[in-house]
Design a protein around this ligand. Structure first.
Ligand SMILES: Cc1cc2nc3c(=O)[nH]c(=O)nc-3n(C[C@H](O)[C@H](O)[C@H](O)COP(=O)(O)OP(=O)(O)OC[C@H]3O[C@@H](n4cnc5c(N)ncnc54)[C@H](O)[C@@H]3O)c2cc1C
Length: 451
């Protein structure tokens, strides 16, 4: 078995959002940088992200005359998490978010010209880059490599090298069997979530019944490595619940986004009853669905809705029987195993609310009220969708990994979804990319400051 030895300044374990942003920043600061990526291509969840970026006091907000402040975004994050989020981490996130959007633009990312309202707020704060997450990842990877960072694909970190209580490198293994010993001045754990680690998922993910998106290796390696080095681990029982998905879906597809959009139409539980304003914020939706009998819902649409959507027609799922179809509400209930009379009454009431322009039960906005009048009708069974897990190493505002006594482990950093301290549940689209990109860069900046 061959052993490859490498020397660098900063080692990013994981070539997703945090690792690649960090590597670009490290090179900008004149640090030698290496990125270890377990899979054959970079990106992890970053690759399939929608490319949303939250920020306050951004150039685009100012151009559009949108009044906002960093202080107000800070309050939003803290209130939303019921003050579970760590204030010093949220401060840095909020202070850097607008500047980070500019930094990304400087590195070639093009932002769309709209700012969106996502989450339970009235302030438009969510920006989106052209080409979504894939473009962000591809640009960061290109920039990292063009500026001289080494990216080692198919190379998974196995253990940290610790000398005199200081983390000074990583032992890794390539798929070819080659052993890689890489040493530097600091190691940044950026391995993303643990969605593929059944033991951790079963033990910690609170939304027990779910469909989970898992784009990268996602085995929780960074959490294990941090723990072995003596780190405090936190927040493994937080996960990013985000609307709903069909249980038959293994990963994310364009169809998932279709289901997410469809979910604003009436959704009933196993009792055949609606249970919420279906247009509520996506995280609330996932948790509300989780609280229903068997954590199961049924999105109900008609032929007009099905054929009026540009994404897909769901024909495959209808043919396979995964989506139930019938010409009457009674028959649709029978096909779906729902109580026929209750379900029929629920949809008839709903149609009356649509005609009257007022949802008497849950107050859903008029714009979201479309009656179901054109047969056939469809029932799409859904479970809560979990975008990714979060939680892991406890870090400080310099991305240093902390021990249970609050002291930093020399040489060890972490960024992104293998860290704790940011969430109670998902406060807004655009948060995960900002956290990972900013804290990946902060690690590089701190290592630079120590040289
Ligand atoms: C469908 C979807 C859409 C999303 N859209 C948005 C959005 O629009 N805006 C937003 O802010 N957030 C979004 N998110 C969340 C965002 O993508 C994540 O928060 C972000 O990618 C986390 O970055 P990360 O670097 O921690 O992890 P990842 O980007 O997942 O990267 C982790 C990388 O580490 C690698 N790795 C794991 N273990 C090892 C190991 N032992 N050795 C080497 N490499 C390893 C993985 O293979 C992976 O490539 C979305 C998430 C999903 C699932």
């Amino acid at each position: 078995m061959t052993l490859k030895k490498l020397d660098t300044d900063i080692i990013f374990v994981g070539g997703g959002s945090a690792g690649l942003s960090g590597a670009v920043r490290a090179r900008e600061l004149g640090l030698k940088a290496a990125v270890l990526e377990k899979l054959g291509s970079c990106g992890g969840d970053g690759m399939i992200a929608a490319g949303f970026w939250i920020g306050a006091e951004t150039k685009l907000q100012k151009d559009k005359g949108i009044e906002d402040s960093k202080e107000s975004l800070y309050r939003y994050f803290m209130d939303y998490s019921s003050y579970r989020s760590q204030p010093e981490l949220i401060r840095v996130l909020v202070d850097r978010a607008a500047a980070n959007i500019e930094w990304l633009e400087k590195h070639g990312l093009v932002m769309n010209k709209d700012v969106h309202i996502h989450g339970p707020t009235t302030v438009p704060r969510v920006h989106q880059n052209e080409g979504m997450g894939a473009q962000y990842i591809n640009i960061m990877k290109e920039q990292a490599e063009a500026s001289g960072a080494q990216i080692l694909l198919k190379t998974g970190a196995k253990e940290l090298i610790v000398e005199n209580d200081r983390v000074i490198g990583v032992n890794a293994e390539a798929d070819s069997g080659e052993q890689v010993e890489i040493r530097g001045k600091g190691v940044v754990l950026c391995t993303g979530g643990f969605g593929r680690n059944k033991k951790l998922v079963d033990a910690h993910v609170p939304i027990k019944k779910h469909v989970m998106v898992r784009a990268g290796w996602a085995n929780g390696d960074g959490i294990r490595l941090a723990h072995q080095a003596g780190a405090q681990i936190g927040d493994l029982n937080v996960c990013i619940g985000y609307k709903a998905e069909m249980p038959t879906t293994k990963g994310l597809s364009m169809r998932s986004f279709f289901i997410i959009m469809l979910s604003n139409y009436p959704v009933v539980n196993k009792r055949g009853e609606r249970f919420m304003d279906e247009s509520i914020w996506n995280a609330y939706f996932a948790h509300a669905l989780y609280n229903q009998p068997d954590s199961t819902g049924y999105i109900i649409i008609d032929e007009a809705i099905r054929t009026g959507n540009p994404f897909t027609d769901l024909e495959r799922e209808i043919r396979s029987g995964a989506i139930k179809k019938a010409d009457t509400f009674q028959d649709l209930a029978r096909e779906s195993g729902l109580p026929q009379d209750i379900f029929t009454a629920t949809i008839e009431h709903y149609n009356r609310y649509c005609e009257a322009g007022k949802d008497e039960e849950f107050g859903k906005a008029v714009a979201q009220l479309a009656p179901l009048t054109k047969p056939p009708y469809y029932a799409i069974e859904v479970w809560p969708l979990v975008l990714n897990t979060v939680g892991g190493a406890v870090i400080d505002a310099n991305a240093r990994v902390l021990r249970p006594d609050g002291t930093p482990i020399p040489g060890l950093y972490a960024a992104g979804n293998n860290t704790s301290g940011f969430y109670d549940s998902y406060p807004s689209t655009g948060t995960g990319l900002q956290i990972s990109s900013i804290f990946g860069q902060l690690a590089a900046e701190h290592i630079k400051s120590q040289i």
